[in-house]
Design a protein around this ligand. Structure first.
Ligand code: SF4
Length: 366
């Protein structure tokens, strides 16, 4: 057995940690590239959303490298994520690729547990007693690494807009994440986190700068994966913007487990409640949250909002229309970026530069 998983954001680091710690063979798909996207696009319906194509490309590359077991998260309606696993299975089978499939259910219902039990019947026969014994420890290491990656990424968001040497934060973040990735024990992991934080904090910084505060909102994969969003977070940071986002793997996992009602989930509830001024029902996926977050960020004094949506994403297309009105009603600049498979890196850079310039005019005029 060789398991594989999508290469999204820093997800591969903690998925790898789970498999490695439990002694389960794995294959990390190559870093998402133009080739990955081309493979995904070639075998997908053109109207399907961009994350679907990227993830399919990851799976094709991993299977071609020898992986035989795909682990993928599931979801429910109305968003297409609930159909990703069903459709991707059909496509991979049509391509003649051989694999087993394991869906991580979005909610721990009896139905989901039964489906999971059925899917893992064959797989369990290949696991040794040692694998099963070490699996909870693997989950714990995976969780620790996920939190470590997120803490480092959040620190990078703070220091990037005041870095003296452009691109230095990204270089150091990459190094720090690689230390987390390489750590094999809790002690080494803790050292890696501290060393990584110090590496970012000790960087030469211009503390006299007052960065703009911008929230990135929108479709969750698009917000969390720099390959899908073409490095929007980094680009904005290097233009002098302190970016915040509420989409993190940990917040979505806690939400699925219905844990942490006191912090992350309640923040989501606040956004959802705020969206009710414009939306009378739950549109699905992140739509209501995007609308509500833009309203609350305006009240909190943010300078602007960048809204990310994959081309043809139904929930975010709905949100983008409403956000135009929210921007006017709440006097907050909102830039919607529609992401597709075209070579749009240069266009995104130009749009972000124009957006930041507009924030500068607004600040000068205030
Ligand atoms: S939220 Fe949009 S992009 Fe994401 S899976 Fe659903 S439809 Fe596709």
């Amino acid at each position: 057995m060789k398991v594989t998983f999508p290469h999204l954001g820093s997800m591969h680091i903690f998925c790898k940690a789970i498999a490695e710690t439990a002694g389960i063979p794995y294959i990390v798909p190559p870093e998402t590239s133009r080739k990955t996207l081309t493979l995904g696009v070639l075998h997908s319906n053109e109207c399907i959303c961009l994350p679907f194509k990227m993830i399919l490309g990851n799976f094709i590359e991993a299977l071609q490298m020898g992986a035989d077991t795909i682990v993928m998260v599931g979801s429910g309606p109305p968003c297409r994520l609930g159909l990703y696993d069903l459709v991707q299975k059909v496509i991979l089978e049509d391509m003649g690729l051989h694999y087993r499939w394991l869906t991580i259910p979005p909610r721990l219902t009896w139905q989901a547990i039964w489906k999971n039990h059925e899917e893992t019947k064959e797989l369990r026969k290949e696991l040794s007693a040692r694998n099963i014994f070490l699996f909870p420890y693997g989950l714990w290491m995976g969780w620790k690494k996920m939190m470590a990656c997120e803490a480092l990424e959040q620190l990078a968001m703070k220091v990037r807009p005041i870095e003296i040497k452009r691109g230095e934060t990204q270089k150091r973040l990459k190094k720090a994440l690689s230390w987390v990735d390489e750590a094999k024990t809790p002690r080494v992991l803790e050292e890696a986190i501290q060393k990584g934080k110090a590496l970012l904090q000790e960087m030469e910084q211009d503390r006299s700068r007052i960065p703009f505060k911008v929230a990135i909102i929108g479709e969750l994969y698009t917000v969390m994966d720099p390959h899908i969003n073409r490095g929007v977070e980094q680009k904005l940071g290097e233009l002098g913007v302190e970016v915040t986002r509420t989409s993190w793997f940990s917040t979505h996992i806690m939400r699925s487990l219905r844990k942490n009602k006191a912090d992350q989930t309640s923040e989501r509830t606040r956004f959802f409640e705020a969206s009710k001024a414009y939306l009378g029902y739950d549109v699905g996926a992140e739509c209501n949250v995007s609308v509500g977050e833009a309203i609350l960020r305006s009240k909190e004094g943010y300078d602007g909002v960048v809204h990310l949506m994959p081309f043809a994403c139904m929930p975010e297309t709905t949100a983008s229309g409403i956000l135009t009105k929210v921007g006017k009603d709440w006097d907050i600049p909102i830039l919607t970026l529609i992401l597709d498979e075209q070579e749009i890196e240069g266009r995104i850079q130009t749009l972000l530069e124009a957006f930041v310039e507009m924030l500068e005019w607004k600040r000068r005029a205030a």
